[in-house]
Design a protein around this ligand. Sequence first.
Ligand code: 13P
Length: 229
Amino acid sequence: MTKLMAGNWKMFKGPTETYAFFDAFEAPDGVDVIICPPFVSLEDAVGEEWPIYAQNVHWAAEGAFTGEISAQMLVELGVQGALVGHSERRQYFGETDETVRQRAEAALAAGLGVIACVGELEGEREAGETEAVLRRQVEVLPVHDRLVIAYEPVWAIGTGKTATPDLAQEAHAFIKSLHDTRVLYGGSVKPENAADLLAQPDIDGALVGGASLDPASFSSLCRIAASLS
Ligand code: 13P
């Protein structure tokens, strides 16, 4: 199956740096690519050749929700989807399984794609709770052909501590036993470790943070994914 490589820029790159990225970024045929810039750079990014996703989306069409953006607003801009439930939103902004479900359902109803993020904390893994946490996070998600799940063990995000390919494969197989969808791996994915991860049978692509900011490294990751698709 064609691998999907999604770049989550987090709170990096305003419009000027967004242009510079697309000037230099190249992806071969044989890989699906999605870029997730911050809200202020979406409008510039949607003119490029790759699907553009927001990093969050609200469940209401409009209303008194200061600081939030609706699915309809993203559609109007030409954005094709949104991340929901990223662990940074769960950890720092009070996101819950229930609000993740609401955001996912609203985005799908508006015609957007969704990448829903799940993953356990380090303490939860150490306590043997990984499967219980993943089950809780995954079971609230709607089953839909425009919804993809990203498994991002929180202890591997931005830490350089990648899950081993075996450990990631085990979590992906478990998630697929609960929810029939593509599952991306996220957490310190880099050109040096991507091939071993992407070669696993249930790792259908990657959600890349830091290494998606540099066009050369994200181009290289896309080439690796294409060669394994
Ligand atoms: P890093 O690739 O920087 O570890 O980030 C992963 C991530 O959170 C992608 O959403």
